[in-house]
Design a protein around this ligand. Structure first.
Ligand SMILES: *Cc1c(COP(=O)(O)O)cnc(C)c1O
Length: 390
């Protein structure tokens, strides 16, 4: 279990005069000042205090504090969605002429930022293969401002060596090293411990864990979070207090849920590896994964995603998805309920066939977000769908 589990559960917005046990929902856009002098002092940042929910709100602050405890971070900020957080982690720092180095296998919308939006503002990027440690340093230019990555990647589940990248950060202290840590969660992987500056999450996924609300969070060094605070105060991507309230409750059970996601996913991966109708299975904690040793070193467990290729290509993959009985087909992930996706025709459909193959996405690839149902029910549904489509 998480060593800070008690601290996480006990972290709570200050109790009000009503003496509530569970934290209330602070649906208020602004906060009053007791006096004109207090209003002046809070605006002048001489006195601490809430002003307006675009800046901070008791519910969002509580949620952020919990993520900071989990990830050993100095400070953090909450956002309306994962993409608002990813965008801010760049937009809050870059200027015309800057360059970004990024792992190639990244979330689709992040790829659109690099290739469609940032060129408008004179910001360039270089992609590297995350597994090729030497490629990272080669890609760094004098104008490189940010090194960005995802590990494990989606849906190929390739890993970047976090200790190696932490050393690279020490060699290039002026470059911001940021990771989208959404797939691993703060429970399984703590990149700041390796020297990363910022860890970014789509809270929509495992942090919520029940497919209800959107959210994003960035945690990291105080100095960078302060710079980002300026950006969010004046651009307005803040998380709603309602979503923060939901997410803060969810964080209490993140570790428990992840243990179950991971044990179910490992059991599924082991079963599929032996199955004659499966061409290939990717799961970081399978000894057959090319980076198994690295996975065991930098992750507490293998995560909740298993990617596998069914024999028979796209046509079989479609029939397989249509034959699942319990598991639903939707493009979300990280839910208590198992979810199946065909990346080639959905999340990664905008890429060329060649780009997809480069990311390990075959026509028969299925991404399974393994839920926390009974493992025999999950495995049973997949086995019956394989059998039905032989
Ligand atoms: C879902 C996701 C995002 C985007 O998050 P939203 O909350 O959907 O905006 C970013 N990165 C990764 C790795 C994701 O899985």
């Amino acid at each position: 279990m998480e060593k800070d589990q008690s601290k996480i559960i006990r972290e709570q917005a200050p109790r009000s005069a009503t003496r509530e046990h569970s934290v209330p929902l602070y649906l208020t856009s602004s906060f009053i000042f007791d006096s004109a002098e207090q209003g002046r002092a809070i605006f002048a940042e001489e006195e601490e205090g809430m002003v307006y929910s675009r800046y901070a709100n008791p519910n969002t602050t509580e949620f952020i504090n919990k993520v900071c405890i989990m990830e050993n971070a100095e400070a953090g900020l909450a956002f309306a969605s994962g993409m608002a957080a990813v965008f801010a982690s760049f937009a809050g720092f870059i200027r015309n002429g800057d360059h970004i180095v990024s792992s190639r296998a990244i979330f689709g919308s992040t790829h659109q930022l690099f290739t469609q939006l940032f060129p408008r503002w004179g910001v360039t990027h270089t992609y590297v293969d995350a597994v090729d440690s030497e490629a990272w340093e080669k890609a760094i230019q004098p104008n490189t401002k940010i090194v960005f990555l995802e590990s494990p990647s989606n849906p190929g589940l390739e890993l970047a060596d976090l200790a190696f990248l932490g050393e690279l950060k020490a060699k290039y202290p002026h470059i911001i090293f940021a990771i989208d840590n959404c797939f691993a969660t703060p429970y399984l992987q703590k990149p700041l411990d390796y020297g990363f500056d910022l860890s970014i999450h789509s809270a929509t996924k495992y942090m919520d864990g029940q497919g209800r609300v959107l959210g994003g969070v960035i945690v990291g060094m105080q100095e960078l979070i302060d710079q980002l605070m300026f950006f969010i105060r004046h651009t307005g991507p803040a998380m709603s207090p309602f979503n923060a309230w939901v997410l803060s409750k969810s964080i209490d059970t993140l570790g428990l849920r992840m243990d179950r996601h991971c044990s179910n996913a490992l059991a599924l991966a082991e079963t599929l590896e032996k199955h004659s109708e499966i061409v290939d299975v990717k799961y970081p904690f399978l000894p057959s994964h090319p980076q198994y040793e690295l996975a065991v070193k930098q992750m507490k467990a293998g995560g909740g995603i298993v990617t596998f290729e069914v024999a028979g290509g796209k046509e079989r993959a479609y029939r397989f998805l249509d034959s699942l009985k319990m598991i639903l087909y939707t493009s979300n992930l990280g839910d208590a309920r198992s979810i199946a996706t065909h990346p080639g025709s959905t999340t990664h459909s905008k890429l060329s066939e060649e780009e997809r193959l480069g990311l390990g996405i075959k026509p028969g690839s299925i991404r399974l977000s393994v839920g926390i149902e009974d493992k025999d029910d999950i495995i049973g549904d997949i086995l019956q769908a394989l059998e039905a489509t032989k």
